[in-house]
Ligand binder design. Structure first.
Ligand code: ZN
Length: 212
């Protein structure tokens, strides 16, 4: 049961295609796990479709339709991904990091926490975190927006408990210290569009090397 969703503004920006790629990845992954947001997104998408229908058309070059149809007929579709296996990743994420979490090349960032930066273009950065059960992440604030989507396990902070599919939206007004639940290692996708503000000197020192 998913309890924490992206804001309406984020879903609308996703439907409009104006989000940086890394944020788009987080929202697309949440939508793939959340029926409520998939339905809301469908509504915003229909608005975009209605706008397209009403806009003046621009002519494409001669032969455009023929070339497009030719490509559709010759290109073989990608094989369908297996889902439901252990450690399986939701489809939008699997397109970036591979079929399963075992395929991710993790790098240690201290305290047993590991990360894997996901290559995206644009103003925001996406990374996977593997946080050992019971571990507290350093207390931090935000210079921009931070989206955290849980893929496995759960974490808690002052805002509540976040489990698989839940997304936390933190902004400049929010400080928090996420703690991974004791029951299982927590794996999450974290997207930031500005550096975090750490309180302690040790995380601040580590920040220079890790680049969060
Ligand atoms: Zn949702």
């Amino acid at each position: 049961m998913i309890r924490h969703h992206p804001t309406e503004a984020l879903l609308m920006a996703y439907a409009a295609g104006t989000l940086p790629e890394a944020m788009e990845l987080a929202i697309a992954t949440h939508i793939s796990l959340c029926d409520t947001c998939r339905a809301a997104y469908g509504g915003y998408d229909a608005v975009g479709g209605a706008l397209l229908d009403r806009s003046d058309s621009a002519d494409l070059s001669d032969g455009c339709l023929t070339r497009t149809l030719a490509r559709i007929r010759t290109e073989t579709p990608e094989p369908r991904r297996q889902s439901g296996s252990a450690g399986a990743l939701p489809a939008p994420l699997a397109g970036y990091v591979g079929e399963s979490l075992e395929a991710v090349s993790w790098r240690p960032v201290g305290m047993g926490v590991r990360q894997a930066v996901i290559a995206t273009t644009g103003e925001a950065t996406a990374r996977l975190f593997h946080i050992p059960a019971g571990t507290a992440m350093p207390d931090h604030g935000h210079n921009g927006t931070e989206l955290t989507l849980v893929l496995q396990g759960a974490f808690s902070d002052a805002g509540g408990t976040y489990a698989r599919g839940d997304i936390e939206v933190a902004t400049e007004a929010d400080d928090h210290m996420p703690v991974a639940d004791i029951s299982a290692d927590c794996i999450c996708l974290a997207v930031t569009d500005a550096p975090l503000r750490f309180k302690g000197w040790l995380p601040r020192l580590a920040q220079r090397f890790v680049g969060i």
